[in-house]
Design a protein around this ligand. Structure first.
Ligand code: ATP
Ligand code: MG
Length: 328
């Protein structure tokens, strides 16, 4: 029978309009049913999937081309921002309870922002995300955009600074004009490039200046957009930055429990009934969510290439060990 993870995967893929994933999960449920002796149910399920697929194919041209994105950066802005329309959800993330609750709070304040404003309050909208690589900072930006149905604009500060040293402040103004005019989630990734004391001695003055103008723009910004800064190195950041944000969210390497949730979600399409999660979670210790997810993908592909849908403990542990050996 379908596991709880499979039922959740079915509902989520339906909500996302992700037909490929929906059919894959349904076929997986059928395969599992067949293995556990429910041959008739398995057969019915396969026929049903075939019928629905055929019908979807027949009506496809009528659906027409995908809608064009609403907001595309033009001109000079195009070189500074990249835009995406993520479908990521907070529920796709394995988060410690406190962090999950804080993100939900941000979403609630955003959804109720008109009501808050009527009473003279502003919703939280300037957030600093801090934590080691691969722990979900960029994914959080996607999840906030996905939940609120907003475009996600990413600003690569690194490129912005090294390429346009003297002009960075002018470019920043362009970006903050966009923040004002187009509501979205704006992610200043690798924020430490701006906030840190990085660069050669000669650059420090320039970086200071840029940082100051960034802080001014951030302070003056009273738009409806969500502005996120993400960084690995909290130690490098200037204290003055912290005050300009409504909240600082801290990300950390996963606990065993969270590592297990990442793996279960990643392997939801496969048969994991033989996996000893406790033992595998121990093998994942010290790895980031991203590394664990990559190890799961490798183990899953191994299973598929071996013509089985069952993932073995040993494969997963070996894939995790391989990640550990390349761990920085
Ligand atoms: N909390 C999480 N729950 C589930 N999957 C996660 C989580 N964090 C990271 N991942 C997985 O790892 C991938 C990379 O994570 P992400 O890009 O968000 O890391 P990051 O914190 O932004 O890292 P960096 O500091 O290197 O930019 C995600 O696309 C996702 O597959
Ligand atoms: Mg990132």
């Amino acid at each position: 029978m379908a596991t709880a993870d499979q039922v959740k995967a079915l509902i989520r893929s339906h909500a996302d309009g992700d037909d490929t994933r929906f059919y894959a999960v349904a076929m997986q449920v059928a395969a599992q049913a067949a293995r556990s002796g429910h041959g008739k149910f398995a057969q019915e399920l396969r026929e049903l999937v075939d019928q629905v697929k055929a019908r979807a194919k027949a009506t496809e041209p009528a659906r027409g081309p995908k809608p064009v994105p609403l907001a595309q950066p033009r001109g000079e802005l195009a070189g500074l921002l990249t835009v995406g329309y993520p479908k990521t959800r907070v529920a796709d993330m394995a988060l410690p309870e406190v962090l999950g609750a804080r993100l939900e709070r941000v979403l609630t304040e955003q959804r109720e922002r008109d009501r808050l404003r009527e009473h003279g309050f502003s919703p939280m909208r300037k957030l600093l995300l801090v934590g080691p690589p691969g722990t979900g900072k960029t994914m959080t930006a996607a999840a906030l955009a996905g939940e609120l149905g907003l475009p996600l604009f990413s600003i690569q500060l690194d490129g912005l600074i090294t390429k346009y040293m003297g002009e960075t402040a002018a470019k920043l103004r362009l970006v903050f004009d966009a923040i004002q005019s187009t509501r979205g989630v704006y992610l200043f990734d690798e924020f430490d490039a701006l906030g840190g004391e990085r660069g050669s001695k000669n650059d420090v003055g320039e970086i200071r200046r840029v940082l100051n103008s960034f802080l001014q723009f951030l302070e003056q910004d009273d738009s409806d957009s969500i502005v996120l800064g993400a960084t690995n190195h909290v130690g490098l950041l200037d204290r003055a930055l912290f005050r300009r944000f409504d909240a600082v969210l801290e990300y950390s390497l996963p606990t065993e429990d969270i590592a297990t949730r990442v793996m279960r979600a990643r392997l939801a399409l496969l048969d994991t009934s033989n996996i000893e999660w406790n033992a595998v979670a121990k093998a994942a210790e010290g790895l980031s969510h991203a590394e664990i997810a990559m190890a799961c993908e490798q183990a899953a592909k191994n299973a598929i290439l071996d013509h089985t849908t069952a993932v073995r403990d040993s494969e997963l542990v070996a894939a995790l060990a391989e990640r550990r050996s390349t761990h920085a």
